[in-house]
Ligand binder design. Structure first.
Ligand SMILES: Cc1ncc(COP(=O)(O)O)c(C=O)c1O
Length: 391
C-alpha cells in the first residue's frame, strides 16, 4: 500500500521541522516562564515573545508593536470585526460591518454578531469570477462602516481580491479596512507596507506552525477594542497570558513562508496547472472554478457535474487521496458552498465541487497519484448516482 497523499493544505499543514525545533524550548524547563513575570524565567520567555513579534513583523512588513497574537485566524477575524464595531460605538459612529459574501465563516459570523450587538451588516456581492463588485463597496462606504473586511485569497476557490484597490478606497473614505490574509500569506506577496489596511489576519497552522496560534496586525490601536477581558497583556487589546511557544512557532514559520514565497508560488502554480490538466484529461466535462480569474497558486477548485462532492471525497480518501469538499453539512442536509452560491454557480453543480490544495510538502508524485485515481473514482460515483437516481 502506498502512503496516502495529502492535498488539503488549505485545511491545515503539518508543523515544519524548523518550526518545531524553534518552539520546543518554550515548552520545556529551559524557557517555560510567564512573559509577564519579572524574574529570569519570565525574562527568557519575554525575549522569545519579542523575537517572535520581530520575525512576524519583518515577514508581513509592519512594526513589532503592531503584532497582536491570538488563538488563531478565527479569533483574529473576530477581534478585527467585532473589536472595530465596538470601537466605533465608543466614538459614537455607526456599528456597521461590511464584508464580502465569500468570506470565511469566521468573518461572516463575526459580522452577524455585530447585528446582535445592535449594529448592522452589509454583505458585499462578488461577480462570477469571485471578484468583489467595487460599485457595491462604494455604496457601502457611503454608509460610514466601522469596518470593511475583504479576504486576500479565498480559502475554497483561491480567488485573489484586488485588496490594494479596496484598501485605497477604504482609506479615501476614512473607513477601517480589515483583510483576512490567512490563505494568502506565503502564497502571494503579502506586505502591509504596500497595503494601506488597518487590520490584517494571519493564522499559524496554514503555514507550518501549530494550530491555535495566529495574529491580528493592528496598525492603529484606536481602531479596535478588546473583545475578551482580563489583564493588560498585549496593550489590553488581547489580554491573557501569551502562547509563547505558539508565537515563537508563528514567527519562525512566517519568516520561512515570506523568504520562500516567490519560488514556492511558482512551484505550486506549476503543480496546480499539471493537476488541473491531468484531472481534465480523465474527466472531460470537469469545470475549473474561476478558471479565467485571478487565482492563488495553491488552490484548485473543480466541479464534477453529476457527482456528489461528499461521495467523491470519500472515494478519493479510500483511494488514498485526501481533499476537501466545499459543501457544508448543516442540520443533516448537505448545503452548497456559500462561496460558489455567491459566484452564481447553480446548486446542482455546486454540490459537485472539490478543493485540492497544495502546500510545502506537495510533490509532482502527489499530483500524479491524484490524477491516476480520479477517473475511476468519478466513474464509480457517477455510476452510483445513476443507480440511485433510477431506484
Ligand atoms: C480564510 C480563512 N480565514 C480564517 C480561518 C480560520 O483560521 P483558524 O483555523 O486559525 O481559526 C481560515 C481557516 O480555515 C481560513 O481559511
Amino acid at each position: 500500500m502506498k502512503p496516502p497523499v495529502y492535498l488539503d493544505h488549505s485545511a491545515t499543514t503539518p508543523v515544519r521541522a524548523d518550526v518545531l525545533e524553534a518552539m520546543l524550548p518554550y515548552l520545556r524547563a529551559e524557557a517555560f516562564g510567564n512573559p509577564s513575570s519579572a524574574h529570569r524565567f519570565g525574562r527568557t520567555a519575554r525575549a522569545g515573545l519579542e523575537q517572535a513579534k520581530r520575525e512576524l513583523a519583518g515577514a508581513v512588513g509592519c512594526e513589532p508593536n503592531q503584532v497582536i497574537f491570538t488563538s488563531g485566524g478565527t479569533e483574529a477575524d473576530n477581534l478585527g470585526i467585532v473589536g472595530a464595531a465596538l470601537a466605533a460605538r465608543d466614538r459614537g459612529d455607526p456599528m456597521v460591518a461590511a464584508v464580502s459574501a465569500i468570506e470565511h465563516k469566521a468573518i461572516l459570523a463575526a459580522a452577524h454578531a455585530v447585528v446582535h450587538f445592535g449594529g448592522r451588516e452589509i454583505i458585499l456581492p462578488v461577480d462570477a469570477d469571485g471578484q468583489l463588485v467595487l460599485d457595491a463597496l462604494e455604496q457601502a462606504l457611503a454608509e460610514r462602516p466601522a469596518v470593511v473586511s475583504v479576504m486576500w485569497v479565498n480559502n475554497e476557490v483561491g480567488v485573489v481580491q484586488p485588496v490594494a484597490e479596496i484598501a485605497v478606497r477604504c482609506r479615501a473614505a476614512g473607513a477601517c479596512f480589515h483583510c483576512d490574509a490567512v490563505q494568502a500569506f506565503g502564497k502571494v506577496p503579502v506586505s502591509v507596507k504596500d497595503l494601506p489596511c488597518t487590520l490584517l489576519t494571519i493564522s499559524g497552522h496554514k503555514i507550518g506552525a501549530p494550530k491555535g496560534i495566529g495574529a491580528l496586525i493592528v496598525r492603529d490601536r484606536k481602531a479596535v477594542e478588546a473583545i475578551i477581558h482580563g489583564g493588560g497583556q498585549q496593550y489590553g487589546i488581547r489580554p491573557g497570558t501569551e502562547n509563547v511557544a505558539g508565537a515563537v512557532a508563528l514567527g519562525r514559520a512566517a519568516q520561512l513562508a515570506a523568504e520562500e514565497q516567490p519560488a514556492e508560488a511558482a512551484r505550486l502554480e506549476r503543480l496546480r496547472d499539471e493537476l488541473a490538466a491531468g484531472l481534465r484529461a480523465v474527466v472531460s466535462d470537469l469545470m475549473i472554478t474561476a478558471e479565467g480569474g485571478r487565482r492563488a497558486p495553491h488552490i484548485l477548485n473543480v466541479i464534477v457535474p453529476g457527482a456528489d462532492s461528499e461521495a467523491l471525497l470519500m472515494h478519493l480518501d479510500l483511494a488514498g487521496v485526501a481533499v476537501s469538499s466545499g459543501s457544508a453539512c448543516s442540520t443533516g442536509a448537505i448545503e452548497p458552498s456559500h462561496v460558489l452560491t455567491a459566484m452564481g454557480v447553480p446548486r446542482d453543480l455546486a454540490l459537485g465541487a472539490l478543493r485540492f490544495s497544495l502546500g510545502h510538502g506537495s510533490t509532482a508524485a502527489d499530483v500524479e497519484r491524484a490524477i491516476e485515481v480520479f477517473g475511476s473514482v468519478v466513474g464509480k460515483v457517477r455510476a452510483l448516482a445513476g443507480v440511485l437516481g433510477r431506484a
